[in-house]
Every structure is written in C-alpha cells, then in structure tokens.
Design a protein around this ligand. Structure first.
Ligand code: SIN
Length: 347
C-alpha cells in the first residue's frame, strides 16, 4: 500500500474513533403485570379493567422514545395484578435482578408492577439486591388503553432514571408521576389518584423535570450492597401474617396464626403500636409458641418505639406491609430477637 493510502486509512480510523457515538446504557425491563399492562373495553374506563393483560414487548413498543435513552430489552416475569403477587414471585424477581446486574453488559433494571402492592416488592429488592446499579420500579394508575394513560411516561421516566449514572447507590427506587421515591419509605396513599405514591414524613429522593432526573436526598437506612441479606440460595420465604388491631379485636386471630404454623406476625397496633388486653394476651401466646411478633402502627406514619412494658418487637417507621417484608427476610437467616430488632432500627 502506498504511503498516501496508508495515511488516509490511519486518518479515517482516527476520526471514526473520535466521533463514535457513545455506547448507550443497557437497561433490562422486567414486567410483572399491573395496571400499566392493563386493558379496558373503552378508553374512558379506569376501573373494572383487566390488570396484567399486555405483554412486555407491547409496553416497550408503546414508548419508542426509550431508544434515544438506552438500549432496552424486555423479559416477562409474570403478568398479574399485584394483589396476586406472591413470596415465590418476588424471590424469583430478586434472583433475576441479581443475575442481570452481575453482568458487565447490564447497567440497570426497570420493573413494571401493579401499584396495589408496590410498597412491598421494591422494599424486598432494596434488602436483597447485591449491586449499586439502579433498580427502578414503575407502574400506572390508568390502564394502557385509557385516555391520558400515565404508564408510557412513567416507563420512559423510569428508564431515564435507571440509565442515569447519578442514580447508582441510592437503593431501589419507584418512579411515577415525575417523582423518584425510595423503596424504604414510599407507599400508596390514595386508592385512585395519579399522585398516590408518597412518603408522608420523608418526601421524595428527587423529581424528573424536562426528561432529566434531579436527585435531592439520600436514604440513611441500609440497603442493597450494604445489606446483610442474601436470598440468592433461598428457595422459599418464611410465613409472616398480619393481624390488625381495633376496638374489640379478638384473641383467636393469634390462635389461627399458631395453628397455621406462622413464623412471624406483624401486629398493626393502634396509635404508636398499642395493644388491647386481648391482643397483648395473643402476642404473648404466639411468642411462647416461637413466633416472632413485631408491632407496627395503623396510623400511616411515625415511629413505633421499643417499650419494655409491652410484648413484641417494634417496626420503627416501617408500615405494616413493609414490616412483613423485613421480618420474612430477616427470618431467612436468624430467629435472634435482639438481632431482628436491630434490623428494624437500621433497614
Ligand atoms: C395492581 O396492583 O396490579 C392493580 C392496580 C394497579 O396497578 O394500579
């Protein structure tokens, strides 16, 4: 080859290196169902539709704009209403997310999920994912077939957050309605409205404005990489039930939990986790039967603090559904009450 052709070839190689498009982040979308994948008979129907009717590829195809943000693949983990979500499915999901994030070619994961139990699954992954790469849940309050369905924008914003390097190390997140919530605190606060996900005391991690995430706070509680919990070799989760406290609440609910061999009970106490005389007797009986009981609050926010005069451990600021997730996870590795109480204070 002549010197001039060699020079031209070298120049071409140099310029194509200099101007090569930066590699897009690779985000995997795991779909589990919910209203975001819901389908109704008419575009004005926003109740009484079928949740979990549309597959993951159709969800992705409805938002071609994601391709300008990330290279996206989809996998269907389940296609159900989240009221039917089970411990087995969340365990499968956690294992799949761990396997994906262990790969060098995956930069983050987005999970689509029904909103009804969308304070539970993200918190389980917050405790059990062994990576600081972004894990972002999203859902929708209006089915995919509705006028002004919120799912497509929520999915686009969830992928945007998952693809943002600044989203690393913040724990598992929920992105809906232009807001970024922390799995540890966020909960559904309204049965029907679009702005339903809130953390009454702690607020949001950040917001999305003009397609850009703006992070404002970090979570103090332990999560993901620093979490001691590892369920990658766990085949099933312990059985933890929830018993609600109210005037005239009966003691026989505890007998039922004992008869059905529950491993743990979350007692949803009045006020700061207080018990009636019947609940107190039931909790003591359950503890004698080897069941770990944790008192939470039915008020919706605030801390249930330890009290030597009352039976049971306490849930700190976890709502009852999240307290159940932590107790199930903790019981995979210990029955030591002091250690479990320590987890409730720190996770
Ligand atoms: C569900 O939780 O699957 C149904 C409700 C919703 O996604 O909003």
């Amino acid at each position: 080859m002549k010197f001039t052709s060699l020079l031209a070839a070298a120049l071409l190689a140099l310029t194509s290196c200099a101007f090569a498009a930066p590699q897009q982040p690779h985000i995997v979308i795991l779909a589990t169902g919910g209203t975001i994948a819901g389908s109704a008979a008419s575009n004005t129907q926003t109740i009484g539709y079928k949740a979990g009717a549309i597959g993951v590829q159709a969800l992705i195809d409805a938002v071609p704009e994601v391709k300008s943000i990330a290279r996206v693949d989809g996998e269907q983990i389940a296609n159900i209403g989240s009221n039917d979500m089970t411990s087995d499915i969340i365990l499968t999901l956690s294992k799949r997310v761990n396997a994906l994030l262990a790969r060098d070619d995956v930069d983050g994961v987005v999970i689509t999920h029904g909103t009804d139990t969308l304070d539970e699954t993200p918190y389980f992954l917050n405790l059990t994912v062994k990576s600081d790469k972004p894990v972002v849940f999203t859902g929708a309050m209006r089915p995919a077939t509705a006028i002004s369905a919120d799912g497509p924008m929520n999915l686009l914003e969830a992928v945007t957050v998952a693809a943002d390097p600044n989203a690393r190390g913040r724990g598992v997140m929920l992105v809906m309605n232009d807001r970024i919530g922390a799995a540890r605190f966020i909960t559904k606060t309204n049965a029907t409205t679009l702005d339903t996900f809130k953390a009454p005391e702690q607020g949001y991690l950040g917001v999305i404005v003009g397609g850009k995430p703006h992070f404002e706070t970090r979570v103090e509680k332990i999560h993901t990489l620093r979490s001691v919990f590892d369920v990658r070799d766990v085949n099933s989760l312990p059985k933890v039930v929830i018993i609600y406290g109210y005037q005239d609440d009966p003691e026989y609910m505890y007998d039922a939990a004992i008869a059905h061999h529950a491993d743990g009970i979350i007692y949803v106490g009045t006020g700061g986790g207080s018990t009636s005389v019947r609940s107190e007797a039931g909790i003591k009986k359950a503890e004698q039967a080897g069941i770990v009981v944790v008192r939470a609050s039915r008020t919706g926010s605030g801390v249930v603090a330890p009290d030597d005069n009352m039976p049971g451990l306490v849930a700190d600021s976890l709502n009852p559904a999240k307290a159940r997730i932590l107790l199930m996870t903790a019981l995979t590795q210990t029955h030591d009450r002091a250690l479990i109480q320590d987890y409730f204070q720190n996770y």
